[in-house]
Design a protein around this ligand. Structure first.
Ligand code: IFM
Length: 449
């Protein structure tokens, strides 16, 4: 038998964690005064979610969080990234505060701290209060002010115990899937007419950073989690290369240049995008100094030239790549390439990086002994950590890594079919079974100390 490839080694102060989000695991949608979110509305619409699944119960984490925190403690993680459901805190997205919602997150934070795990809340992971959507949602500038108000409320209640904060999760996916293509809530299909959404999300980030800094102790670390991936053209043909370039503009540059460089890419104008939502002073608000940049990475994206308003189409990855249950190619070379690209593009403006999501879905099942052997996930994580190590050896400053995800969970429009967890969840019984990858990650963390 050949020797297993050694696990990559990381600095002793490197932060190890797992990520989740509220809507994907909590359930208890009607509990303790929670208001409705755009995802509740979306899930109610027939045909939106594969298999007609809903997140009504999901992983029942709202009730079972002590068990889930105990699992995290067994894993030996330093940090836990979760999201706070805005509709639990302000059921209508403005004004009245629901103390029972705050109490839940306060209990969660205390339970984590008691186990030596540092909480890293994300303030927005796509579950906008429906009342704000009814008032225009992220198309409206007012939503950015409402977000800053909500950030302040949460900081006032948890700020004494929470050292690291994340404003948004993946402004690109929320815009592209939720507002341009309509495959996620709120289900809008506005094509390229989404500048106002991007701009108000980024503006709300800047305003929330200001509100957090005004409320939290000076030691608080604040960042944002952006999805990133370099687009690869399906072929060397000009139209495919143009598609890859356009995606780079509309994804990485449009969503991260404003944060770090204080400007939108000039190419937006060439694409005829209406940027009139941008008013004087906004870029300064958006480009607040950050303590870290969160990067969510899964796979390189393959694109080819297309027809229509935006000549970009998703292309099949080369056949030799293994695919995950999401159909995504497994190709870790895209990870270090991305990190090197980000460092080159943002140079001295780049704060330390934290990998806020990385992981893979596979069709995991329990065997006759009740175990879940998931060698493909282990191989995926192993290869990506090796790529991360290569990038760090080349000088990219990365301070931590979170696996997506702790638990199998509600994968948005895909429902419960894709299983991303280190822990298998039987949705009928809510039984948690740590997979082989859980033990692999536990050993990796222990060996890094
Ligand atoms: O499940 C999602 C998460 O909500 C955001 N980032 C990507 C994950 C996998 O698709």
């Amino acid at each position: 038998m050949s020797e297993p490839i050694p696990l990559p080694r990381f600095p002793p102060d490197f932060l190890w964690g797992v990520s989740t989000s509220a809507y994907q695991i909590e359930g208890a949608l009607q509990e303790d005064g929670r208001g409705r979110s755009v995802w509740d509305t979306f899930c109610d619409e027939p045909g939106r979610i594969a298999g007609g699944d809903t997140a009504e119960t999901a992983c029942d984490h709202y009730r079972r969080y002590p068990e889930d925190v105990a699992l995290m403690a067994g894993l030996g993680i330093d940090v836990y990234r979760f999201s706070i459901a805005w509709p639990r805190i302000q059921p209508l997205g403005r004004g009245a505060i629901n103390s029972k919602g705050l109490d839940f997150y306060s209990r969660l934070v205390d339970t984590l701290l008691a186990k030596g795990i540092s909480p890293v809340p994300t303030l927005f992971h796509w579950d906008l209060p429906q009342a704000l959507q009814d008032a225009g949602g992220w198309f409206k500038r007012d939503t950015a002010d409402r977000f800053a108000e909500y950030a302040r409320v949460v900081a006032e209640h948890l700020g004494d115990r929470v050292p690291r904060w994340i404003t948004h999760n993946e402004t690109f996916e929320h815009t592209a899937l939720g507002h341009a293509l309509g495959t996620h809530a709120p289900g809008l299909q506005r094509g390229l007419n989404i500048f106002a959404v991007v701009h108000h999300l980024l503006l709300s980030h800047g305003k929330a950073v200001q509100a957090l800094r005004a409320t939290l102790p000076a030691s608080a670390q604040i960042g944002i989690a952006q999805s990133m991936s370099r687009a690869r053209p399906a072929s060397g043909r000009i139209k495919d290369r143009l598609a890859a370039y356009l995606l780079e503009i509309l994804h990485l540059r449009m969503h991260t240049d404003p944060l770090l460089l204080g400007r939108y890419p000039r190419a937006l104008r060439l694409l005829g995008i209406d940027t009139s939502a941008l008013i004087a002073g906004d870029m300064q608000t958006i480009a607040q100094p950050l303590d870290f940049l969160g990067i969510n990475f899964y796979n390189p994206q393959y694109v080819r030239g297309g027809r229509g308003e935006l000549p970009i189409e998703e292309a099949e990855p080369p056949a030799h790549f293994e695919r995950t249950a999401m159909g995504w190619p497994v190709d870790a070379s895209g990870f270090d390439a991305l990190l090197l690209h980000v460092r080159k593009r943002y140079g001295s403006k780049l704060p330390p990086i934290v990998i806020t999501e990385n992981g893979a879905a596979f069709p995991d099942t329990l065997d006759a002994q009740g175990r879940v052997d998931d060698p493909r996930r282990i191989a995926y994580l192993h290869e990506h950590l090796q790529a991360l190590r290569r990038a760090m050896d080349a000088g990219v400053d990365v301070r931590g890594y979170f696996v997506w995800s702790l638990l199998d969970n509600f994968e948005w429009a895909e429902g419960f079919r894709p299983r991303f967890g280190l822990v298998h969840v039987d949705y009928a019984t809510q039984k948690r079974t740590p997979k082989a990858s859980f033990d692999w990650y536990r050993r990796l963390i222990a060996a890094s100390r």
